[in-house]
Design a protein around this ligand. Structure first.
Ligand code: ASP
Length: 346
């Protein structure tokens, strides 16, 4: 009897150890910007937190079941792409011509393979198309019609452009156009608005945020992957493409250093090759992820580029610096504990 109890005890301990020994980590963001508690209603805060948690759970479930970091990144991003709360997929912002043009990229750290799409209008989940480019083509970045043709060939879900239409986003465009500016989803003065009309209760202070979404994951094999998906900037013109689909600028992953996904004013992130810079600083200077990530965001601040990034290194360390008032963000650690933050200093 005693022997049986001891065996049972050992068995339970080994299960608990196996669970707490899981080496997997997932970190996500849903955009940075002027996100202030005073402008947030409790319902809206709850909605954002619930969606971030859902995305974290979806990705973590994959990792826990021995799925790859690429699968986890995709699973987490798909949840946010399907939500109107974020500027990606379903919630994509409008261009100057009242179209919705989305960009996405994904990179895996074990072989530094990468894929991206830009300016796509009919792919339900642009991150899936970015992954298909990485895995099923010899290219890295496909754009517009060609990317859509390729996605259809890969049997990804293609939708009518009406799937992305949103009165909330259209009104946002009109306000921006009145000011004749190009504005990041959650940034810039987009004028007075009656937020009671807003079916998702996304009040227009929300315009002061960068609603791009991203995820970085570390799987059981020790492989990192990073992905980013966005609708870009409200009122963008001339087929403008931001940093999100640019490998090295908006997304980067290298098993030797870290995985990174950015959100912010794309033009600044492209010019400072922000995502790669975090990896390069770690590599060349031999500093920690936290030091490198903060150095890069400090440089962005000096340069005038607002935004933030999430980063995860091969040991599971997480960094989430931003130079805006807030950033929707969260992670699941090796022990399964979840953190979700919105504002600064949380
Ligand atoms: N970085 C994105 C872009 O410039 C915008 C964002 O992060 O919301 O297209």
């Amino acid at each position: 009897m005693k022997g049986t109890v001891l065996l049972l005890f050992l068995f339970m301990t080994s299960i608990l150890n196996a669970q707490s020994d899981s080496n997997v980590v997932l970190v996500i963001h849903g955009g940075a910007g002027t996100i202030l508690k005073k402008n947030m209603t409790p319902e809206k805060e709850k909605a954002y937190k619930a969606k971030l948690e859902e995305a974290l759970n979806a990705g973590y479930e994959v990792l826990k079941n021995n799925g790859s970091s690429v699968d986890a990144v995709q699973a987490a991003i798909n949840i946010m792409e399907d939500s109107p709360l974020f500027n990606a997929g379903k919630g994509a912002v409008y261009t100057n011509k009242e179209t919705q043009e989305m960009d996405a990229s994904i990179m895996r750290g074990n072989d530094k393979n990468a894929g991206a799409v830009a300016g796509v209008q009919t792919i339900k989940n642009p991150i899936n198309a970015a992954r298909a480019v990485m895995e099923k083509s010899e290219h890295v970045l496909l754009t517009a019609d060609g990317a859509e043709e390729f996605a259809a060939k890969c049997e990804l879900e293609i939708v009518d452009t009406s799937y992305f239409r949103s009165d909330v986003r259209l009104r946002q465009l009109k306000r921006v156009q009145e000011k004749e500016k190009t504005v990041l989803d959650h940034d810039g003065d987009q004028g007075e608005v009656d937020s009671s009309e807003d079916e998702f209760n996304i009040d227009y202070i929300e315009d002061k945020k960068f609603g791009t979404v991203g995820a970085v994951a570390l799987d059981q094999n020790g492989d990192l992957a990073a992905g980013t998906s966005t609708g870009g900037m409200t009122n963008k013109r001339y087929n403008r493409i931001g940093d999100s689909p640019i490998i090295g600028a908006g997304t980067y992953a290298d098993n030797q250093t870290c995985g990174v996904s950015c959100t912010g004013h794309g033009e600044y992130f492209i010019r400072n090759v922000v995502a790669y810079d975090v990896s390069a600083i770690m590599n060349y200077k031999g500093v920690s992820l936290d030091t490198a990530a903060n150095e890069v965001i400090d440089k962005q601040t000096e340069f005038g580029g607002t935004g933030g990034l999430i980063a995860l290194d091969k040991d599971g360390n997480v960094a989430m610096p931003f130079n805006t008032a807030g950033m929707y963000r969260g992670y699941v650690k090796k022990d399964g504990s979840i953190y979700i933050g919105i504002y600064g200093e949380e």
